[in-house]
Design a protein around this ligand. Structure first.
Ligand SMILES: *Cc1c(COP(=O)(O)O)cnc(C)c1O
Length: 466
């Protein structure tokens, strides 16, 4: 492909993108494809000779598009949103075009310096104190793994990386039973082991916070048994129902026990740009050693963009920094962000934050989040009013859960039927041993009408079920 052809197709694809987004409401949210249907349309072997771009693009529309679930659809109420506001997409196009590896300051000084500035903009936006620094990672899973590795190294007096873990005792990490599966996986791959991730129950009602009395007791038992407590992972906005810990209480235990702390605010962290939510969800946050939140969720930055704030980055650097000769750079002291994370190679992720925050202003981003929280409350009341329906967990920010009349199997049948209908997309969850239906509002372009339509769709389809 020469650059004239590239320019032609680039314009075509930009037009296609705008058209795609303006007609999204006409498409079913979840792909209505049977397993194997897409693969069956792909040639079993690669072509030996070049093919024309218009044939490739036509096959993309014909074969690929019917098999896509539309995450940017305004009636996406499943999982959590993975937003991609248009200015952040434009920034990604530029990043893709330049295709720099931004591992060291010298391999793209602008990428490092914009990243530092964006971390500091977001620090201020989220009400964190001066002096907190951070790094942009690909995902919350990677940030959490980095924090767990730091817990491990700190608890082994920085010997784990060198000597391995045998003979180090049973390292223990504590969290509530509402954490995301990325915490389990971080403990698996860090060599902590599932059995040493101690999940504590929550206090009933409220925001389902970690029971810190039970936590204290458990740590004391573990110490008595000769185990090695290494850290606590708290959550602001858990995955199932939005469970949120009382941060100050968790920190009090961590301080008394000298434990490293990590806060998973992957989804709900974005809402903390609105000061009114901080009293209930964010008090004491500045005490955490590590905090992760995903601007690629609620804030609107295109995936991937996960910010990890660090109170004292030297602990994570002592865990992850490695400097073979070919990565050494001479001259002034600079930040080399690849020393802060597990992968060496890194994309220029900060540019989309710069575009996003400037294009909407914090006020524009706050308005969206406030609307989502308000509309989640309204649609929750509309579902509560449906005959036989029950709200299982009340809204925590923009997530709540409900049950239709009937047993677990009927909840699943309703979810499947709603998603086959295609006007909205929802997913199921488990709460206290019972299947329920999760509902979250957070898609960047959704309107109040989109959200309220969901209650009608759910009502109408529930009536058609046996
Ligand atoms: C989405 C989410 C994660 C995982 O985020 P990734 O960036 O996909 O790794 C972890 N924790 C919570 C609470 C989440 O909502």
């Amino acid at each position: 492909m020469n650059w004239d052809e590239f320019a032609h197709w680039g314009k075509h694809i930009a037009d296609w993108a705008a058209d795609y987004h303006t007609t999204l409401r006409d498409r079913p949210v979840r792909a209505q494809t049977a397993p194997g249907a897409i693969a069956a349309q792909l040639p079993p072997a690669p072509p030996e000779t070049p093919e024309a771009m218009d044939a490739i693009m036509a096959d993309f529309e014909r074969i690929v598009m019917p098999g896509m679930t539309h995450w940017q659809h305004p009636r996406f109420f499943a999982y959590f949103p993975a937003n991609a506001a248009p200015p952040s997409m434009l920034a990604e196009m530029l990043v893709t075009t330049i295709a720099a590896q931004c591992m060291l300051w010298q391999t793209s000084p602008a990428a490092t310096e914009v990243e530092g500035a964006m971390i500091d903009w977001l620090r201020q936006a989220l009400g964190l104190p001066e002096g907190v620094s951070g790094v942009i990672q690909d995902s919350a899973s990677s940030a959490t793994l980095s924090a767990v590795l730091t817990m491990r190294e700190r608890a082994t007096q920085w010997r784990g990386n060198r000597e391995g873990l045998s003979g180090m005792g049973r390292l223990r990490i504590y969290c509530s039973d509402q954490v995301h599966s990325s915490i389990d996986r971080a403990c698996w791959v860090a060599g902590i082991g599932q059995e040493n991730l101690v999940k504590i129950g929550t206090v009933p009602g409220g925001n389902y916070a970690l029971d810190t009395d039970a936590l204290r007791k458990r740590i004391a038992e573990d110490r008595a048994a000769g185990h090695v407590p290494a850290g606590i992972i708290a959550i602001t906005g858990g995955t199932g129902i939005g469970a949120s810990d009382v941060l100050a209480e968790v920190l009090e235990v961590a301080r008394a026990e000298n434990l490293y702390t990590h806060l998973d605010a992957a989804w709900a962290g974005s809402a903390m740009i609105c000061p009114e939510y901080r009293e209930a969800f964010w008090q004491g946050v500045e005490g955490f050693d590590s905090i992760v939140f995903n601007p690629h969720k609620w804030l609107g930055a295109q995936f991937d963009c996960s910010v990890q704030f660090l109170k004292d980055p030297t602990q994570q650097l002592n865990t992850l920094k490695i400097e073979p000769e070919y990565l050494k750079t001479s001259g002034d002291a600079v930040t080399n962000y690849s020393e802060w994370t597990i992968p060496l190679g890194r994309r220029f992720r900060a540019l989309k934050l710069w575009f996003l925050i400037r294009a909407y202003g914090l006020d524009g981003l706050r308005t969206r989040i406030r609307n989502h929280v308000a509309w989640a409350g309204e649609v929750c009341e509309a579902i509560r009013a449906l005959e036989g329906f029950e709200i299982v967990t009340d809204p925590i920010l923009s997530i709540f859960s409900f049950c239709a009349p009937g047993d677990d199997a009927r909840q699943q049948r309703l979810v499947d039927a709603v998603n086959a209908d295609g006007r909205i997309y929802i997913t199921q969850g488990m709460h206290q041993g019972r299947k329920m239906i999760r509902f979250q509002v957070g898609q960047f372009d959704c309107t109040r009408d989109d959200v309220m339509l969901a209650a009608e769709v759910i009502r109408d389809i529930e009536r058609t079920l046996p």
